[in-house]
Design a protein around this ligand. Structure first.
Ligand code: HGY
Ligand code: MN
Ligand code: MN
Length: 414
């Protein structure tokens, strides 16, 4: 049997699968819109399951709708080496965020089948439910349940903007599995993903050896003032909720800048009520989030934010409902898994560099219960969470070669 380093995936077949998946839930500008647990997400899941079954995998689904496609090892009693990511997208998402990690994992299985290569340990490809946290907040909720960060009950009870529950939507699309969520050992977990930033492309690197991920804090705020007539209400008599939100947007941005260059601060969602041009907004719902590679700095950003928001609400006379809905600390990935990625990149002569993930990924949750790491490939201009998200076939294939090599190291070759 040839050396693992000489084994190769079929990059064209992987690219064809990416393009096939991209036809499902098309966006309006070349990307994708497959919000978690929508009919489009179901269609993508069904296609993935059919491909896994065609590749001889046994497919199982757990109570959070996480899909596991298993390729038996020589010793099937051993804990599996798992790879995968997510198929749900942002509302104006790209073709590769998450999807790449799921389909490159399938490509490794397809290639091992072609090569007649049997690993010591089973290999599984997983598709995690609702990674994006766009339809149902927070992000990475299903790997979070798997890792014990959330209970199954609280996750199934999450509601979207229309009041649909995550559990109800799982039932509706037929992915409310009967497997328990979690409690099953992963020997190792590797997630391949696009970088979603500009570093690898700027430096001419093909591969990111992901050593960790930054911490995150997500918030939801409701400001309540008083709706009143835009023409008759004197300025000094107003309790304008949108004015409060505007000052909070400025505060969030200021906190991000004051904690640069690594600080990240974003207000992504604002709903103003009644949203009528000649009514002073009486109520605003808004989200915000901070990220930083240092937990103490992130805690200081949080403290400054809470103080600032209180002062803004008091100054305008607004009622304030403030909730931190998600907090994940800085992650350091497992050295053995990181080394497997590094070795695979080196053996294939690929230009690689170590990198910290700016985005959150399911690997960040799984790192709490299993040795984990990630493989990044570049994306064009670092653009992601945008329909213009793009990669090259060469980057896609390079990531697949590294995933193959690293999985063989962790799963034990012949
Ligand atoms: O928000 C994130 O970092 C990920 O895309 N869910
Ligand atoms: Mn992603
Ligand atoms: Mn994403």
């Amino acid at each position: 049997m040839s050396e693992p380093r000489n084994l190769s995936i079929d990059g064209d077949r992987l690219w064809d699968s990416l393009m096939e998946m991209a036809k499902i839930g098309p966006g309006v500008a070349g990307g994708n819109r497959r919000l978690a647990l929508t009919d489009e997400d179901k269609e993508g899941r069904d296609l993935f399951v059919s491909w896994c079954e065609a590749a001889g995998c046994t497919v199982s689904v757990d109570a959070m709708g996480n899909i596991f496609a298993r390729r038996a090892g020589r010793d099937d009693s051993l804990a599996p080496v798992v790879t995968g990511s997510h198929l749900d997208t942002q509302p104006t998402g790209g073709k590769y965020d998450g999807v790449y990690g799921v389909l490159v994992g399938l490509e490794v299985i397809r290639s091992l089948n072609d090569l007649g290569y049997r690993t010591e340990r089973p290999i599984e490809v997983v598709c995690w439910t609702n990674e994006e946290g766009s339809r149902f907040a927070p992000a990475m909720i299903s790997s979070g349940v798997y890792a014990g960060a959330f209970t199954l009950e609280e996750a199934l009870a999450k509601v979207d903007a229309d009041g649909a529950t995550l559990g109800g939507e799982l039932e509706r699309i037929g992915y409310a599995g009967d497997l328990p969520v979690g409690g099953r050992e992963f020997h190792a977990y590797l997630e391949a993903h696009i970088e979603q930033g500009p570093i690898l492309e700027d430096e001419g690197k093909d591969i990111g050896i992901v050593t960790g991920a930054q911490g995150q804090r997500w918030y939801e705020i409701t400001l309540t003032g008083q709706e009143s007539h835009a023409g008759t209400t004197p300025m000094e008599r107003r309790r304008d909720a949108l004015l409060g939100a505007a000052r909070i947007v400025e505060l969030v941005n200021r906190i991000g800048l004051d904690n640069g260059p690594d600080g990240r601060a974003t207000v992504g969602l604002i709903e103003s009520h009644p949203n009528s041009r000649n009514v002073i907004p009486g109520r605003v719902f808004m989200t915000s989030e901070f990220r930083h590679p240092d937990d103490d700095t992130l805690a200081a950003m949080d403290a400054g934010y809470r103080e600032g928001v209180e002062a803004i609400a008091a100054d305008i006379g607004l009622e304030l409902a403030f909730e931190q809905i998600f907090h994940i600390e800085v992650i350091d990935f497992d050295e053995r898994c990181v080394a497997a990625v590094r070795n695979a990149a080196e053996e294939r002569g690929l230009a690689a560099r170590e990198i910290i993930s700016g985005a959150g990924h399911d690997a960040c949750n799984i790192a709490a219960v299993a040795p984990a790491s990630m493989i990044f490939i570049p994306c064009v201009d670092g653009i992601s969470h945008n329909e213009a998200e793009e990669i090259t076939p060469a980057w896609s294939t390079a990531g697949g070669q590294v995933l193959l090599g690293a999985l063989l190291e962790l799963a034990g070759g012949e």
